[in-house]
Design a protein around this ligand. Structure first.
Ligand code: GLA
Length: 389
């Protein structure tokens, strides 16, 4: 659905024009996986796939939502947010909990919300690890900001969106996805320190294209081992703290310290922690490689990041592994790895720009998703973060 169709559907549904339209992008993560809840550094980029949201104040306490792509509608009261019920007292459908959670988190943080009528559509594939839900959250936070007449920083909107997902939807995600959707910078990756919350745009080396390849395997964070992985990291910190009393998170453990102390960890927390400690180090190395315009080094770091997610963090799938393996022999490939939480979803491929089409054609020819349909492989561009259109 394009913007004109979104406008028209709003008019047909609510009998008037929307007051404003918001765009909030999805993201890919170039490096730094499963480190945002370990106080680490991440390197995501907002992409040119986004949620588009048309909205207007309803003038009362009701939120009326139409998820155009799902063809589903619901209505609920701001006064009943904590009960997670619709106007009829039925449980809110899963998709409506993201905007409801944002309204709840905004109110909790003391920001003014209001009843709204809203319609949204998205070209971010759902459950593909490209943060479609973070984009919905950041989109609604941006909408309520504009309608409420208050101004918060982009980072604050991201934190409120993360709070919605953690405490209302019930997924213990880190801040990376909401951060990237809110703070994206066109043409840049974002180097984000999830401990200090400082960040800066990081230019990608010249002549590099970002290619996303969808394994066709869908995942669900809540039903996956995401929360288990988090718990294993916390367990590792507890044990390592007996030897390194000043550590707060795996971020504080150096690679050499880990090598000396890993014998004290049971197998699962040891493997999970080894991934995290080395992945944080890899992000630093990748940043150095980017500054030197050293594409080879950057690519090698991505491949080793994938292996670590495969063998140590154990969040890859045979399909994602296959995509990464195929990429190695294709024209122009610099590096590839799974992106996002894993358990299905997509790979991110860094490819020489002038060979991007040959790379895409090659991957399409060689990879068959489990449903037997054509492989979804596409060029993407680092885009700006959420804003009013
Ligand atoms: C999901 C979470 C993020 C992050 C990644 C893994 O996308 O929402 O916070 O933990 O997984 O890096």
């Amino acid at each position: 659905m394009n913007i004109a169709e979104l406008h028209n559907t709003f008019k047909e549904t609510f009998g008037r024009s929307p007051a404003l339209v918001v765009r909030a992008p999805g993201r890919v993560n170039i490096l730094g996986e499963h480190v945002d809840y370990n106080d680490g550094l991440v390197l995501p980029a907002a992409i040119d796939r986004a949620v588009y949201l048309a909205g207007a104040p309803s003038g009362d306490d009701y939120v009326s939502l139409f998820a155009a792509d799902l063809g589903q509608q619901t209505e609920y009261r701001l006064a009943n947010l904590t009960m997670k019920i619709d106007r009829q007292g039925q449980p809110l459908p899963g998709w409506a909990r993201y905007p409801a959670g944002v309204a709840w988190a905004l109110a909790e943080a003391g920001y003014q919300t209001c009843g709204i009528q809203a319609i949204y559509t998205s070209d971010i594939p759902i459950g593909a690890g490209l943060s479609s839900s973070a984009a919905v959250e950041v989109g609604f936070a941006t909408l309520w900001q504009a309608l409420g007449g208050w101004q918060a920083s982009k980072l604050k909107l991201a934190q409120i969106s993360q709070r919605a997902e953690n405490a209302y939807v019930g997924v213990s995600c880190g801040l990376m996805d909401q951060f990237a959707s809110a703070c994206g910078v066109a043409g840049h990756a974002l180097c984000f320190d999830t401990r200090s919350l400082e960040w800066e745009p990081a230019p990608l080396p010249e002549g590099i294209a970002l290619v996303i390849a969808d394994s066709g395997v869908r995942r669900s964070l809540t039903h996956s081992g995401y929360n288990d992985r988090r718990a294993a990291c916390e367990q590792a910190v507890e044990i390592l703290r007996q030897y390194l009393p000043n550590i707060r998170a795996l971020r504080d453990v150096q690679v050499t310290e880990f090598a000396a102390l890993s014998v004290y960890l049971p197998e699962i927390p040891r493997k999970r922690a080894e991934h995290v400690v080395k992945e944080i180090h890899r992000v630093q190395s990748a940043l150095n490689a980017m500054r030197r315009q050293d594409k080879r080094a950057l690519g090698a770091i991505m491949y080793s990041g994938h292996n670590s997610l495969r063998y140590l963090y154990e969040v890859s799938t045979p399909e994602l592994d296959q995509l990464v393996e195929i990429s190695r022999d294709l024209p122009g490939c610099i590096g590839a790895r799974l992106t996002g939480a894993g358990f299905g979803g997509c790979t991110i491929n860094l490819v020489e720009s002038d060979q991007a089409q040959a790379f895409i054609d090659g991957l399409r020819a060689e990879y068959r998703p489990p449903d037997g349909g054509p492989a979804q492989v596409y060029l993407c561009h680092a885009s700006a973060g959420a804003s009013l259109l």
